[in-house]
Design a protein around this ligand. Sequence first.
Ligand SMILES: [Fe+2]
Ligand SMILES: [Fe+2]
Length: 370
Amino acid sequence: MTTSASLEFDHVELLIGSVESAADANAKAVRNTVLSPRFYTTDFAAMDRLNIEAVRAEWDVMMKEYEGDNNHDHFQRDAQFAEEVKTLMPQLSPEMRQEFLDFLISSLTSEFSGCILYNEIRKNIDNPDIKQLMTYMARDESRHAGFINQSLKDFDLGIDLGQLKRTKAYTFFKPKYIFYATYLSEKIGYARYITIFRQLERHPDKRFHPIFRWFERWCNDEFRHGESFALIMRSQPELLRGVNLLWIRFFILAVYATMYVRDHTRPLLHEAMGFKSTEYDYEVFRITSEIARQVFPVEVDIDHPSFRAGMERLVELSIANAQAKERGGLVGNLLRATTAVQAVWTFGRLYFLPVKRNALPTQIRVQPTW
Ligand SMILES: [Fe+2]
Ligand SMILES: [Fe+2]
């Protein structure tokens, strides 16, 4: 192992923490950190009052698509799946295995987070449009979470979803924050999965696990979920102007920065697919920003040199913070506090970089053509 590879691996160990048993996997899913996916709850009465009449025509077309359920038979493993798991998994290095497990656990937590939120909204409202939408989206997310869990079970690391639902802390978000955050996470989820799928389509020898063959049809579900939130926000124009533009900027940046830092703790995973983490992340940002022009009048400038430098700085600070935590004691605590303040400062500087403005299109929906 070269020095730089071993240094990188040290960072990964510091930031990821290794998973050796089902108990470790479950503990990891329950834990809330700045970087891990969270569970959300919201104001159900406000959700109940939503009126989507302004986008009725596009809404009804979308509902027909959900009803058609073109992925109803997609999330089943074929015989080849088991064969590939048996031959490919023993070939993973221990470091790569840890990164892949981290990827599976964080993806599952994030899928299941959507499942719980949509299900809770469905149960607590009467509004027929929103209730129907939440029923369909919870259906999709429960399939996605279950499918990833099967792959964790291959490693004897299945997550107890009932237990996770009961024990993980919930974060309360007003509906508008749910819309900004969930829209972005659905669209970024699409962009992440399609970027991986296209890459492995070009380089099948780099497909080190069969689950990636499922990503194309899978990410079309995420794309449609994002479309639903785009229609909801466009039906409530006050969410997309005035002071709310500042919130939109905040959420775009928070989602991008979290992803960037998190992905840079998994360099081997991206290398195995033939990517550098930075290159992969900027492709995902580019796709997400293009799609988001359907709904957000502002866009962060991902090609601004200060944006790129700020993202790199956040990765360095995250590593320094993890090292300080490892060190412990008074000095460790002081160093942790310092890096935390520096991270907030860096985030603030990123926030005040100039943004690009978009005029919103009359036709809201876009097609998943990436
Ligand atoms: Fe999903
Ligand atoms: Fe989704």
